[in-house]
Design a protein around this ligand. Structure first.
Ligand code: HEC
Length: 391
């Protein structure tokens, strides 16, 4: 069967299904049929639509799409039949026929187990403060099994019945945030009901549980191979101060603008302003450098946690971070990591999860490395798929 390219309709279908489930959850919550779980409305059902399956099983997605069309047609036909006596018989028959003929998908394929927190949204905004808090939680409670580098080779790992998974993989990107959160608080069990991953519900507060998820994402980027972050990362939220103005959240300060974070420790020379992006200096103590000439970058992160967060994301020890740069695109995704003392080039691209990911590109000789990088970032925006839903 000839059909339009999947991107054209699959995205719309997934967004529709996500919105529908969220609307159902709000309705149930408003009617008092479901309470709260860990601070947000609890998903009351044991299953949810497996967006992640629809994404890879186009046949199933097509069945869902056609069945939805049939359903809408049947509802319209029945409504029309109520209003239009003369053709009632024909309309009802047409509606019934659509329902019978629709290729209803199998529930076993369409639905996956859900947790009460499946649809929870992280409240942290991936802030540098959350990443720093998460780093402390991780070192204290998780590194013994998952390893300080997240590769699943902590000192306790070998003694477990099941080896902990490596977090430096697309695992975190594929799981819905709310279900990662649930697994951390409620623990996990194997097929025989034996605990595999311990539950931290009695040990961690909600803020800490969300924070450790942020830290794991930063860690997975830092440990990822060059040019290939397993998890697309947002530009971390942080308070910044530009010239003498009062501090503002980086996300509020400018929309639709590329951002460059530059780690400077006073010894390293300050970068020049560049009109192609907002430059934000990150210093070890959260204090802007004492004297910043006008033509040098005039904005600096206020939080001392920014240094640690950038180090985790860049996969660099904090003591060797100076000079490292991170570039975020207009959509607010981190896309490239610059190495001190080296010109920008295509090899600095760390997030290529856009629709053309993996496609080989002919280098454009007419432009310098940074310009080519910026052009490519704009030409290949990130379409981030999480749990099957495109964000
Ligand atoms: C006693 C060892 C141990 C400790 C401590 C531990 N984990 Fe795990 N973790 C595991 C094992 C084993 C699994 C695999 C469980 C499975 O697949 O059934 C796992 C799985 C996970 C997963 C994958 C979840 C998924 O959806 O597949 C995440 C995320 C995770 N752990 C995070 C954490 C965090 C965060 C902490 C600290 C707060 C932590 N773990 C502490 C052993 C541990």
């Amino acid at each position: 069967m000839n059909s339009p390219p999947p991107q054209a309709w699959l995205n719309a279908l997934l967004v529709l299904i996500e919105k529908f489930q969220l609307a159902l959850l709000s309705l149930w919550h408003a009617l008092g049929l479901t309470g709260d779980s860990h601070g947000q409305p609890a998903w009351p059902w044991a299953r949810r639509v497996a967006g992640e399956t629809l994404l890879i099983d186009l046949g199933l997605a097509r069945q869902v799409g056609l069945s939805l069309c049939a359903l809408v047609f049947a509802v319209l036909a029945i409504t029309a039949a109520l209003a239009w006596r003369r053709h009632r018989g024909v309309l009802l028959a047409a509606g019934a026929l659509a329902l019978v003929a629709a290729p209803w998908p199998s529930a076993a394929l369409l639905l996956v187990p859900a947790a009460p927190t499946s649809f929870h949204a992280s409240p942290t905004r991936f802030s540098v403060d959350a990443i720093a808090l998460g780093a402390r939680v991780y070192a204290q409670h998780c590194a013994s099994c998952h390893g300080a580098d997240g590769r699943g080779e902590g000192p306790l790992a070998a003694s477990l019945a099941q080896w902990p998974p490596t977090l430096v993989s697309p695992l975190l990107a594929r799981r819905v945030d709310g279900e990662l959160f649930w697994h951390v608080l409620a623990g996990m069990r194997d097929r025989h009901g034996q605990p595999t991953m311990p539950a931290f519900g009695n040990v961690l507060g909600l803020r800490e549980a969300w924070a450790v998820i942020d830290y794991m994402k930063a860690l997975s980027a830092g440990g990822g191979a060059e040019g290939n972050w397993p998890v697309p990362l947002r530009l971390p939220e942080m308070a910044i101060r530009c010239a003498d103005a009062a501090p503002l959240a980086l996300s509020q300060w400018r929309g639709d603008q590329r951002v460059r974070l530059v780690a400077v420790d006073g010894m390293a020379s300050l970068p020049f302003e560049d009109p192609r992006f907002l430059t934000v200096l990150v210093t070890p103590d959260g204090q802007p450098p004492a004297q910043v000439p006008r033509f040098r970058a005039g904005c600096a992160a206020v939080s001392s946690h920014a240094w640690q967060a950038v180090a985790a994301i860049a996969g660099q020890s904090p003591s060797r971070l100076a000079g490292t740069q991170l570039l975020a695109d207009r959509g607010g995704w981190l896309r490239a990591r610059g190495t001190p003392g080296r010109q920008w080039s295509d090899a600095d691209l760390v997030c290529v999860s856009g629709p053309d990911a993996g496609a080989q590109r002919a280098p454009s000789p007419a432009t310098d490395g940074l310009t080519a990088l910026l052009l490519r970032m704009d030409a290949e925006p990130v379409r981030f798929v999480k749990g099957g839903f495109i964000h």
